[in-house]
Design a protein around this ligand. Structure first.
Ligand code: NA7
Length: 529
């Protein structure tokens, strides 16, 4: 093949469409039973994207963006799955996608200047280019507590939810984890379970979704001007269109700030990013950030009846936005239900999973089912689970032993013609992934076209460019409050993972400018041979 693409989620589907359209032969391998990536695997009740539907979709085809009708502010998982099914069929992508096939190895063969890719089903394919469209949040992670194999009830991970419906009616259910997935699933399990126990390690900032059907007039108006709307997304900080802030949060009166926050808490078109981008210094000044953190803590205290439970739910250990804020429906309200209990793992950590439940340092909780909403080995996990070897047989995991090193988050010195879509060192999880994915795929497609035009065989980041970019990613992160949180952005949720800030915090718009500049300057920082 010319290209092997690993993964048939949003990135893999677009990579296939774009590169096949450029006349290349492309083989896609996908571990899941269908296309959709994140939206294939995260089938748990309540799963929803936390970006508004009009912004979280492909922009590459004007007919597609006009034809598809979104129905809700935040589309649910089933609708997103239908969307990606539709994209796969509409562009006849399925014939080049092999499902239920996990890539286990990709080795660069130096004399041939080609990659040899192997799968768990015995496929062996060589290709000039490999595109790792493996996703930032696809390597699901279970907690490292002993005993799960002895648990006699049922257990699930939100990121690997079964196809068939799961019924918790009348059961005693435990949910471990209170990130976005936990926040989505907890209110819905509470509706079925006889008793729900939530095991919380870190309380998160949860902003009300205020989800609602899309006003057809709004949809028409966005669609009538989609190109301009997309452009605003591409030039923005997070890939979502918000007007640029001009004032510090500390420059305005308490009343003015509260009115602004109210709008982004209660307003029907609110979004957590609105709380971050409203003032210039929310993510750089602790004092400014405290204003919004306090505002959310006050709302929690208002909603939750029991002051002790409210206090446990109030985030105090990290600034607002330094972990991706969650979007919830009835999340805090759920803790007012008499059959819902909250266990603070900071005070009473889990010591083991027993045959009949979860034991903390304080007591055993008997459970019929456990739901692990414990997240992912983010951004690098899906890559490190594949044996990727570059020049001289060097393993990517070995090269990244102290933390990932990339040029622009998309290329790695010593690994020619391998592209890491939304990889470490690119905006990735700090952005609307739809915008970042399209940008990367289009950039890679342009690289390949340029190489073909020149008759070149290889494209490889120089070690100098990689070093400078890696340093820049670290420097920018230190200008922000992000490192103040024990987040998956830093690998803090995976014991033993090097503590390195993984995404690029400079913003989607500036990052795109940099990538375009590199291309315009003849791909400076890359060796083309
Ligand atoms: P997240 O956001 O990583 O959340 C995982 C949650 O699980 C979080 O509350 C973790 O607490 C908790 N966790 C992780 N490991 C453990 C152990 N060992 N014990 C107890 N609790 C644990 O993943 P999600 O799936 O919710 O969301 C991922 C993204 O999807 C999200 O950012 C959005 O972009 C959508 P911690 O905070 O680490 O203390």
């Amino acid at each position: 093949m010319d290209v092997v693409v690993v993964g048939a989620g949003m990135s893999g589907l677009y990579a296939l469409h774009r590169l096949r359209g450029a006349g290349l032969t492309v083989q896609v391998f996908e571990a899941g039973g269908d296309v959709g990536g994140t939206w294939y695997w995260n089938r748990y009740p309540g799963a929803r994207v936390d970006v508004k539907s009009m912004e979280y979709n492909f922009s590459f085809d004007p007919d597609l963006e006009q034809d598809w009708e979104w129905t809700e502010k935040y589309p649910p998982q089933e609708q997103l799955r239908r969307y990606f099914d539709h994209v796969a069929d509409r562009f006849d992508l399925r014939r080049d996608i092999q499902l239920k096939t996990r890539v286990i190895e990709a080795v660069y063969a130096e004399p041939a200047q080609r990659w040899l890719v192997r799968t768990d089903r015995g496929d062996e394919v060589t290709a000039q280019y490999v595109i790792m469209a493996t996703g930032c949040l696809s390597a699901a992670k279970l907690p490292e507590v002993p005993g799960l194999e002895r648990f006699t009830g049922r257990w699930y991970h939100t990121g690997h939810w079964p196809e068939e419906a799961v019924d918790f009616t009348g059961e005693r259910v435990g949910v471990v984890g209170t990130g976005s997935s936990g926040v989505h699933v907890i209110p819905l399990i509470a509706r079925q379970a006889a008793e729900l126990t939530v095991f919380q390690r870190t309380p998160n900032f949860v902003i009300p979704a205020n989800n609602h059907p899309i006003d057809p007039e709004h949809q028409r108006s966005v669609k009538s001007n989609y190109a301009q709307f997309r452009q605003a997304n591409r030039e923005s900080a997070f890939g979502t269109a918000f007007p640029l802030a001009t004032k510090s949060a500390l420059q305005v009166s308490d009343e003015e700030r509260t009115a602004y926050f109210d709008q982004h808490w209660y307003g029907p078109d609110n979004h957590p990013a609105g709380l971050l981008v409203g003032y210039t210094d929310m993510i750089t000044s602790r004092e400014a950030n405290d204003t919004v953190a306090r505002y959310v803590r006050d709302r929690i205290a208002e909603i939750v009846d029991d002051p002790q439970v409210a206090a446990t739910l109030q985030p105090v250990d990290h600034p607002f936005g330094t972990k991706r804020p969650c979007v919830g429906t009835d999340y805090y309200e759920t803790y007012n239900l008499p059959h819902v209990n909250l266990v603070d793992l900071r005070k009473t950590p889990i010591t083991e999973i027993t045959p009949s439940g979860i034991r903390t340092s304080e007591q055993e909780h008997s459970l019929d089912a456990i739901v692990f909403a414990t997240g992912f080995d983010a951004i690098t996990g899906a890559l490190s689970r594949i044996d990727i070897r570059g020049r001289g047989g060097l393993a990517l995991t070995e090269k990244w032993a102290e933390g990932p090193r990339t040029y622009l988050g998309i290329a790695v010195a010593g690994f020619p013609n391998l592209f890491t879509v939304t990889g470490p060192g690119s905006p990735s999880v700090l952005s609307n992934m739809a915008v970042s994915i399209e940008q990367h795929i289009e950039w890679v497609a342009d690289v390949i076209a340029a190489l073909r035009e020149r008759g070149a065989a290889t494209f490889e980041a120089t070690i100098e460019a990689e070093g400078a970019w890696t340093q820049h990613v670290a420097d920018v992160s230190r200008m922000t409050l992000y490192p103040a949180a024990d987040s998956y952005y830093l690998g803090a949720n995976v014991p033993g993972k090097p503590r390195v800030f993984l995404p690029y915090a400079g913003g989607v718009g500036l990052y795109r400018e940099k990538c375009d500049e590199v291309a315009a300057n003849g791909y400076e920082g890359f060796t083309i041979a």
